[in-house]
Design a binder for this molecule. Structure first.
Ligand code: NAI
Ligand SMILES: O=CCc1c[nH]c2ccccc12
Length: 292
């Protein structure tokens, strides 16, 4: 079963969960993992120039044999690239991916940006130009703070469709203002990465303690086992975000997709996870977003 989709501010639809080729797959051949993910039901694939594996992402798509129209392909401008590199680097990404266009092209990070490479506004104008040429159906940003959004929005002809940022309970207090600002200023959809951090990179933290009763209730309600990772995925979805996750294991890939069959969390359960998350601040990526 295909995952649900969400409508972006430019009218396009994005699958509510994406399979990442960074982190564990960074610099590695992603072909088999991407093929497996597509065969299991993922249609949204998250790449980046910096991951140095776009060619194998393209090979994985091809090997899976799914029509291009059923796939949603994302790549990101390498960190540190300025306006002049937007089009040539995207053309090179498309060559590696063996595609005519990507569904979504993101500025991977607003930093570092050298003064000689122009301003963030110049960078966004160059993104608007590749969108106008049809090389990217949607354009967006990643790791943008409220101030970064404020820097580009006044001069923008196109509002970023998404802001991909680290979102999980241990950064929620810090990231919520970015999510809210984006929503209130052009309906920018948050995309979450690092969503499983409480289980994967901060095991034993306060969130671990509140998950078991929620897992138990949902397992009873659904009539089949629900996992802590699925509960965290539901939490991310309840915050209005698209999920980007990854795994090389087929069982985990299926577990991620099956999270969409899990019943909703109650307001009290969401609050319990928020409260537990607020007891620990743990950021994994992009120091500039959270200041520590
Ligand atoms: N825009 C950006 O700056 C960033 C984007 N990303 C994108 O997001 C993707 C996913 O990022 P992640 O942080 O890896 O996602 P994530 O937080 O969902 O973690 C996925 C990892 O968790 C492991 N895992 C899943 N369930 C587990 C369990 N029950 N116990 C132990 N381990 C478990 C998986 O094997 C996998 O290695 C990346 O591949 C990349 O495409 C990631 C980081 C930064
Ligand atoms: O996207 C995840 C974080 C990130 C930013 N730049 C790079 C380069 C290589 C691997 C991961 C990343």
């Amino acid at each position: 079963m295909s995952p649900p989709t969400v409508k972006l501010n430019d009218g396009t639809q994005i699958p509510a969960i994406g399979f990442g080729t960074g982190t564990a797959l960074f610099g590695r051949d992603a072909e088999n993992s991407v093929k497996r993910a597509i065969e299991c039901g993922f249609t949204h694939l998250d790449g980046a120039q910096a991951y140095d594996n776009e060619d194998s992402l393209g090979a994985g798509m091809k090997a899976a044999g799914k029509p291009r129209s059923e796939l949603y392909i994302v790549t990101k401008l390498k960190q540190g690239f300025g306006a002049a590199q937007v089009k040539p680097s995207l053309v090179e990404s498309l060559r590696k991916l063996d595609l005519d266009f990507v569904d979504l092209f993101l500025i991977h990070s607003p930093r570092p940006l050298k003064p000689e490479d122009g301003t963030l506004q110049d960078l966004w104008q160059a993104m608007e130009a590749v969108h106008a040429e049809g090389l990217a159906k949607s354009i967006g940003v990643s790791n943008f703070t409220v101030d970064d959004l404020k820097a580009i929005l006044p001069g923008a002809k196109i509002i970023p469709s998404v802001n991909q940022v680290e979102i999980h309970p241990y950064v929620w207090k810090a990231v919520e203002p970015i999510v809210t600002y984006g929503r209130e200023n052009g309906n920018i959809t948050p995309v979450s990465y690092g969503g499983l951090t409480p289980l994967v990179r901060a095991a034993g933290g306060p969130v671990d303690q509140v998950l078991p009763p929620i897992v138990e209730r949902l397992t009873k309600t659904l009539g089949k086992p629900v996992t802590p990772a699925q509960v965290l995925s539901k939490w991310v979805t309840h915050k209005g975000a698209i999920i980007v996750t990854t795994s090389s294991k087929e069982a985990r890939i299926k577990e991620y997709l099956e999270a969409f069959q899990v019943p909703d969390l109650t307001a009290q359960e969401i609050q319990a996870i928020d409260d537990a998350g607020a007891k620990l601040h743990k950021r994994i990526f992009m120091r500039h977003v959270f200041g520590e």
